[in-house]
Design a protein around this ligand. Structure first.
Ligand code: THG
Length: 270
C-alpha cells in the first residue's frame, strides 16, 4: 500500500492555526513524524481562503522539502494554484488533483509532459460526485482517455473513486469496491487511492468504520490511501490486511514493523 500522509492540511484546526502564524517548527514536526512512521508521500494542503492559498502553499512546500526527503502530494482544489506552485517542488511527486470538472485536465496534464509527475484523478464531473460504480468507471475511463492524449499512461494515475458517507448512502462501500474492481480489471496498471474520513462522516465511533474500510478497500484492489501514518491502528490494519491478502511474503513487513515498534502496544519508556 502506498501511504500518503494527510497531516499537513490546513483544514485540521491546529494545522490551520500553525499555517496562519507561520509556525515552522509545528509543520516540521508533522513532516518528520509522518516520514518516520513510513509515509511514501506527504500531502500538503493549505486549506485556507483562496486569497491566502498561494502564499501559504508555497511556504508549506519550501518548508517540508527542507525538512524531509520524501516526495510531496501537492493538494489544492484550484488547478491554477497547482500550476503556479509546481516549479518550486524539487522532487516529482503527485498532483492532487484533477477531475472531470471544468478545465482542470487542460491545465494540469500539459505540466506532466516529459517528466514523471503522477496525478490523482477524482471521479466527479460537472454533474457532481458519482455514486454508482458504473458512473465512477465511466468518469475514470474519460479521465484516463484524456490523459493518454497528453502522453500520460495509466501507470501515472491514481483514480480516487470518491467514497460517500455510509450514513447518507447505504451501499456506499459496495459501489466503491465494485468501482475499484472494475477500474483495476480494465486498467491493470492504473493505481487507485482514497481518503479515509468520508466513509465514516456522521457516524459514531468512526474508528471502527475507518479501519474496516481500509481492509475492505485493500481486498478490492485499493493501492494507496491518504491517511495519518502516525495512527498506529491504521498502520497495523494495513499491514495485517496485506499479509492476509498474500501481499507480504512470510509476513516480513508486518514482522519488521512490529520489531521497529511501529505497530503493536506502545512500549513504556525504560
Ligand atoms: N481524496 C483526495 N485528496 C484528499 C482527500 C480525498 N485530500 C484531503 C482529504 N481528503 C484527506 N486529508 C485529510 C486530512 C485530515 C483529516 C482527514 C482527511 C482528519 N484528520 C484528523 C486529525 O488530524 O485531527 C484525524 C486523523 C486520524 O484519524 O488519526 O480528519 O478524499 N484525493
Amino acid at each position: 500500500m502506498i501511504i500518503i500522509g494527510e497531516k499537513i492540511n490546513g483544514s485540521i484546526p491546529s494545522v490551520g492555526q500553525a499555517i496562519e502564524r507561520r509556525d515552522a517548527e509545528f509543520i516540521r514536526g508533522l513532516a518528520k513524524r509522518q516520514a518516520e512512521a513510513g509515509a511514501d508521500y506527504l500531502d500538503v494542503c493549505a486549506g485556507t481562503s483562496p486569497d491566502k492559498e498561494l502564499d501559504a502553499l508555497c511556504w508549506l512546500i519550501d518548508l517540508v522539502q527542507d525538512t524531509v526527503d520524501i516526495p510531496l502530494c501537492v493538494d489544492s482544489p484550484n488547478a491554477l494554484i497547482l500550476r503556479q506552485v509546481l516549479p518550486r517542488v524539487r522532487q516529482n511527486g503527485i498532483i492532487n488533483s484533477v477531475s472531470g470538472e471544468g478545465d482542470k485536465c487542460e491545465v494540469i496534464f500539459p505540466l506532466m509532459k516529459g517528466n514523471d509527475w503522477k496525478v490523482i484523478a477524482l471521479t466527479c464531473d460537472g454533474k457532481g460526485i458519482s455514486s454508482t460504480a458504473q458512473r465512477k468507471l465511466e468518469i475514470a475511463q474519460r479521465l484516463i482517455g484524456k490523459a493518454a492524449e497528453y502522453g500520460i499512461g495509466p501507470e501515472r494515475m491514481f483514480i480516487d473513486p470518491l467514497v460517500l458517507a455510509l450514513s447518507a448512502v447505504n451501499d456506499s462501500m459496495l459501489s466503491f469496491m465494485e468501482a475499484l474492481r472494475q477500474i483495476k480489471k480494465e486498467y491493470p496498471t492504473v493505481k487507485t487511492t482514497s481518503g479515509l474520513s468520508n466513509i465514516s462522516y456522521g457516524a459514531p465511533y468512526r474508528k471502527a468504520i475507518n479501519l474496516n474500510f481500509l481492509t475492505l478497500a485493500l481486498s478490492a484492489g485499493m493501492d494507496s490511501a491518504i491517511i495519518d501514518p502516525t495512527n498506529r491502528d491504521a498502520y497495523a490494519t494495513i499491514l495485517a490486511a496485506e499479509a492476509l491478502l498474500c501481499q507480504d511474503k512470510f509476513m516480513r513487513r508486518y514482522n519488521k514493523a512490529y520489531r521497529l515498534g511501529r505497530i503493536g502496544p506502545v512500549k513504556a519508556a525504560q
